[in-house]
Design a binder for this molecule. Structure first.
Ligand SMILES: Nc1nc2c(ncn2[C@@H]2O[C@H](COP(=O)(O)OP(=O)(O)OP(=O)(O)O)[C@@H](O)[C@H]2O)c(=O)[nH]1
Ligand SMILES: [Mg+2]
Length: 289
C-alpha cells in the first residue's frame, strides 16, 4: 500500500507504476478520499497497489472514514508499506504515520518524492531524517513520481518484498473499481482543479446513471452534492460557465479513460451538512474501513 501525508504524491505514484490514470491527482491536499487498487501483473508476480487518502487528524465524519480507510489498509490488507514523503523535514503528520508504520511488523520502504523540485542537499537531508523515523525500512528511494525517476527501482523493491501467495485478482483485471466510480471521481478532479478554498471539499460527486448505448454514445449522469444553498451558484457560475468547464473536462477525461464516446450530464444538489452525516457519506459511496 501507499501511505503518506496529504499531497505527498501517492496517487501520482500509483498512476506512474500502473501506467494508467486511475487515481485522481490535484495540487490540493485531501484529493483521495477512499482506497483504490491498481493491479500490475508481471511474469511470476502480481502487485496490487493500494492508494489511500493522505493521513490526517480528522475534524469531521468524512475525514474519519478517510482515516479508517488508511487504517484498514495498514492493519488488514498491506503485505508491504510504501511510505511516500515530500523532500522536506518530517512534520507532525509524517511522524505520527511513521510511528504507526514502524509498529506494524510489515516490511516498509521509503520513497522520498518530488526530488525534481528541490536541491540535492535538501533531498539528502530529508532522506536522513526519514531514515531515522523508519530505521527498519528495507530501502530508501529518491524518486520523482511526476517524471518517473527512480520509480522502476522502487517497483522492483516492492515486488521483492511481496510474500508468496496465489494472485489475489484474475489476470486482465487492473483495478477494484467500476466505471461509475471513475465518472464521479473525474468530476471531483475537475472540481478540485477549478474551484478554490472550501468549495471542492464541500462537494461529493455521485454517479446516478451510467447507460451503455450499444452502437451509439453512452449517457452518464453525475450529481454534485454541495453542503449549502450558497455553494450552488458558485459551482454553476455566471450563465452556467463554471459548471460547463467541469462537464467538459470530466467528459474528456472519462472518454479518454474508457476509450469511447459518451455524454456526461451534471446536476447540482444541496445535501445539507453531508460531510458530517454518516448516512449520506455512505450513500455517496464513501465506505468506512
Ligand atoms: N514536482 C513534482 N510534483 C509532484 C510529483 N508527484 C506529485 N506531484 C504533485 O503533487 C501534487 C499532489 O499529488 P497527488 O498525487 O494528488 O498527491 P497525494 O499524495 O495522492 O495527495 P492526497 O490524495 O491529497 O493525499 C500534484 O500537484 C502533483 O502533480 C513529483 O514527483 N514532482
Ligand atoms: Mg491521492
Amino acid at each position: 500500500m501507499l501511505a503518506g501525508a496529504p499531497n505527498a504524491g501517492k496517487s501520482t505514484l500509483l498512476n506512474r507504476i500502473s501506467g494508467g490514470s486511475l487515481s485522481i491527482v490535484s495540487p490540493k491536499p485531501q484529493t483521495t478520499r477512499q482506497n483504490l487498487i491498481a493491479i500490475k501483473n508481471s511474469p511470476g508476480s502480481q502487485l496490487a497497489l493500494v492508494d489511500t487518502p493522505g493521513y490526517l487528524d480528522p475534524r469531521y465524519k468524512l475525514q474519519e472514514t478517510m482515516l479508517s480507510s488508511i487504517r484498514r489498509a495498514l492493519h488488514e490488507e498491506a503485505d508491504v508499506v510504501c511510505f511516500v514523503a515530500e523532500p522536506n523535514p518530517p512534520g507532525k503528520t509524517e511522524r505520527a504515520l511513521a510511528g504507526l508504520v514502524a509498529q506494524l511488523g510489515v516490511p516498509a520502504v521509503l520513497a522520498i518524492n518530488k526530488i525534481d523540485s528541490v536541491s540535492r542537499v535538501r533531498a539528502e537531508a530529508a532522506r536522513i531524517e526519514y531514515g531515522k523515523l523508519l530505521p527498519g525500512c528495507a530501502s530508501i528511494h529518491m524518486i520523482s513520481a511526476a517524471r518517473g525517476t527512480g520509480v522502476e527501482a522502487l517497483t522492483a523493491a516492492l515486488s521483492r518484498l511481496l510474500p508468496e501467495h496465489e494472485p489475489y485478482f484474475p489476470e486482465g483485471q487492473w483495478t477494484d473499481k467500476w466505471e461509475r466510480f471513475f465518472a464521479a471521481e473525474f468530476v471531483r478532479e475537475q472540481l478540485l482543479c477549478l474551484y478554490e478554498k472550501e468549495i471542492p471539499y464541500a462537494c461529493a460527486a455521485q454517479t446516478e446513471t451510467f447507460q451503455e448505448n450499444h452502437g451509439g454514445e453512452g449517457y452518464v449522469r453525475v450529481v454534485i452534492h454541495v453542503e449549502r444553498e450558497t455553494q450552488k451558484p458558485i459551482i454553476i457560475g455566471k450563465g452556467g460557465g463554471a459548471i460547463k468547464k467541469v462537464r467538459e473536462g470530466a467528459q474528456k477525461r472519462l472518454e479518454e479513460f474508457l476509450g469511447r464516446k459518451l455524454r456526461l450530464e451534471l446536476f447540482v444538489k444541496v445535501s445539507p451538512g453531508w460531510r458530517s452525516d454518516t448516512a449520506m457519506i455512505k450513500e455517496f459511496g464513501y465506505h468506512e474501513g
